[in-house]
Design a protein around this ligand. Structure first.
Ligand code: GCW
Length: 687
């Protein structure tokens, strides 16, 4: 089996002969589609491959249900849509209605397996579920149905046309090189396979900081090839567009969204794009953000900007406009106590809710700032009722160790997905907003920035792949248990050996709290270098005195952003009443977000009884101390997994151990210098 990581969690390593003997000999796989590019056919081939790897069985693919063997000692696997199964004369009355992309997985009394999707993608997802159970030695269930929580389960790549990747830590792009789409797209279809295996059904292939060359003739053709490479896996593609393309590519005098020539330009581009990608999922737009042009540049509203593309998309297909809520002024004046970047999204979008066309969605980062180690849930989720939302996560660990530190993200995601916004005083957990349930939306869901590159590990680190796997699992089932997910991933990626599973699970489950402890706690954000754009390594002094607005407001006496309505920026008041009330007061704000919402003296007591500054000192020591244990715990796995991946991971964990000490001492010494308050345990500042 693959030791480079190309197959990720889809290695199909063979089961022990004892375990394998519990499964029947399969005689054939019946694919209810002869179209070789259909997800049903892909599913049949994947099951064939999986049976070969996991059970060492060679099984043929056929298409005719009637020829099914009645022989008692062999079994058949049927894969298709429910409607194809029914058209073949089979009874489907026992299958409950499924949602789009859902599937039915069933084993009958003779061990025959039926994998039936609500649509072709559903059949493929069912096939992967069957295989991932089998690979862990788990039996196929009977009468099992599975439906995704939300229809939109997408990935956003931030790949530039020149082949570099914004926030990429794993080599050059698999999509682009030298301003054009790559000739060889082998890795692209391999990526689509990984995505499909966890139910991800769409991808924006280029960076939101986009370039007009994306729409050159050569690239339009290339985008068609990318779509063809991913379509057999049920993955549809879309693109991020550059708002000023009419000016920079076509030489028009303006990119004003209400200008007839601009409208005609986008109409033509959209028509041409659909000739190459008839099933385009749509456009992703970053506008009026971090120097990008947008409708505000031309005196138009955000809705006017979005609706231009919405109208064009409607003429040619079923694509949607995804407008990012990441609109803010990055030249904010810190000397004004009331200024707050966190306020921006709600301020820009709250009055737009009824103005967007019906195929426009708003994509919202999970927190109001920018993928920090801890943020409160973005309050914008409580303001959009008519306009459906997509949440934006970041598998790319931009502020979370950049794949050089292990940081398993589901525990962080759960703080957002399970958070109850209490909209109109009613239960409103974020995952029920995203599923469409809370406001009756038909299209809504999930996006995550993912930075796969050409490296054979995909993300630059084997352990980081658990986040890509988990992202798909959470978009499908957002109330999943974080520990179950990492256990499944570990068994599939490495082995079912309990020592390996327990070790990877415990390191992963501890990893985010550990990272938070040494990188920035109590809601102060990731205290990294932010002015030089790398966003890596400790640099608490860089957080203030700039226009970016990721401020800490630390001085000799106190620290934290006063975001209360009473005396601060008013941000707390952007939440529905019950939540706003909780964050308005220090006493009711959870310690973990204290400095996000309040400016307090270093001597402020936490609920734990510690002062803020002593908590800082202690947490940084605890976090760094725990990071020292990861490499030795991993070392105990020597010989239990292949050497190549063992060494690769060990190298990173040793690096992390060292870097966590740098974090600890930089941050602690910085605050000790600022406030002059001694560490009760006499550790800080002593060398
Ligand atoms: O997190 C910040 C990143 C930028 C990114 C931006 C965004 C693509 O530092 O690199 O740009 O957010 O989300 O648009």
């Amino acid at each position: 089996p693959d030791e480079n990581g190309i197959d990720g969690w889809l290695r199909y390593a063979s089961l022990s002969s004892k375990l394998a003997s519990q499964f029947k000999q399969y005689r054939s796989i019946i694919a209810l589609s002869k179209d070789e590019s259909s997800p049903v056919f892909t599913a049949a081939k994947e099951v064939q491959k999986g049976l070969n790897g996991i059970l060492k069985q060679e099984v043929k693919i056929g298409h005719d249900l009637a020829s099914k063997s009645q022989a008692e000692d062999t079994a058949t696997i049927v894969i298709g849509t429910i409607s194809a199964f029914s058209q073949a004369g089979k009874d489907v009355s026992n299958i409950p209605p499924l949602k789009e992309d859902g599937f039915w997985l069933n084993k009958d009394g003779n061990e025959n397996v039926q994998i039936l999707g609500q649509n072709e993608r559903g059949a493929l997802y069912g096939a992967f579920e069957f295989l991932m159970l089998l690979a862990q030695g788990k039996p196929c269930p009977s009468g099992h149905i599975s439906n995704p929580s939300a229809p939109i389960r997408w990935v956003n790549q931030w790949d530039n046309l020149d082949g570099s990747i914004e926030r990429g830590y794993a080599g050059p792009s698999i999509f682009f090189k030298d301003m054009v789409v790559r000739e060889d797209l082998t890795r692209v279809s391999q990526y689509a396979r990984l995505m499909a295996s966890v139910g991800l059904n769409g991808i924006i292939v280029n960076n939101v900081n986009s370039h007009h060359e994306l729409f050159s003739l050569k690239n339009l053709e290339g985008l068609g090839r990318i779509a063809n490479a991913m379509r057999p896996w049920g993955v549809r593609i879309g693109v991020a567009l550059f708002f000023d393309t009419p000016k920079t590519l076509a030489g028009l005098p303006t990119s004003d969204p209400l200008d007839p020539d601009v409208i005609a330009f986008w109409d033509r581009i959209t028509a041409e794009l659909h000739q190459h990608v008839p099933d385009l999922i749509g456009y992703l737009i970053k506008a009026n953000s971090e120097g990008q042009p947008g409708p505000l540049t031309y005196g138009r509203t955000l809705a006017e900007g979005a609706n231009l593309f919405a109208a064009a998309l409607k003429r040619y297909g079923d694509g949607v406009v995804v407008y990012r809520a990441f609109v803010y002024n990055h030249h904010l004046d810190e000397s004004n106590w009331k200024n707050d970047r966190a306020n921006a999204a709600v301020e820009f979008f709250k009055d737009m809710d009824t103005l967007f066309a019906d195929n426009v969605l708003v994509q919202i980062k999970y927190g109001p700032i920018d993928f920090q180690v801890r943020e409160p849930t973005s309050p914008l989720f409580a303001h959009l009722r008519k306009t459906p939302a997509i949440i934006e996560f970041q598998v790319a660990q931009e502020y979370l160790g950049q794949q050089s530190h292990v940081c398993y993200l589901p525990p962080l995601w759960k703080t957002i997905l399970d958070f109850d916004l209490r909209i109109d005083g009613e239960s409103s957990p974020v995952h029920k907003i995203l599923s469409g349930e809370r406001f009756g939306w038909k299209q809504s869901g999930y996006a995550s920035v993912v930075n796969v590159g050409s490296d054979s590990t995909w993300l630059g680190s084997h352990l980081a792949m658990s986040n890509l796997y988990a992202y798909g699992r959470y978009a499908w089932a957002p109330t999943s248990d974080a520990e179950d997910v990492i256990r499944d991933w570990t068994r599939l990626t490495f082995t079912s050996n309990p020592t390996v599973v327990d070790t990877v699970t415990s390191i992963s489950m501890e990893s985010w709290p550990t990272y938070e402890n040494y990188s920035g706690n109590l809601g102060i954000q990731t205290l990294c270098e932010i002015t030089k754009t790398c966003h890596y390594g400790p640099r608490p002094d860089s957080m203030d005195g700039n226009g970016w607005g990721q401020w800490t407001r630390a001085d000799a006496h106190g620290i934290g952003m006063d975001r209360t309505v009473a005396t601060g920026t008013g941000y707390a008041g952007q939440y529905p009443t019950e939540v706003a009330k909780m964050y308005e007061k220090i006493e009711t704000t959870p310690d973990e977000l204290l400095l996000w919402f309040h400016h307090v003296p270093y001597t402020q007591r936490l609920k734990s009884g510690k002062t803020v500054i002593q908590h800082f000192y202690d947490a940084h020591y605890e976090g760094a101390a725990n990071a020292q244990t990861f490499a030795p715990r991993w070392e105990a796995l020597r010989g239990l997994i292949d050497d190549a991946r063992f060494k690769h991971v060990l190298f990173r964990l040793k690096y992390q151990a060292g870097h966590s000490l740098v974090w600890r001492d930089s941050v602690n010494n910085f605050y000790m210098d600022k406030c002059g308050i001694a560490d009760e345990h006499g550790r800080v500042g002593h060398y």
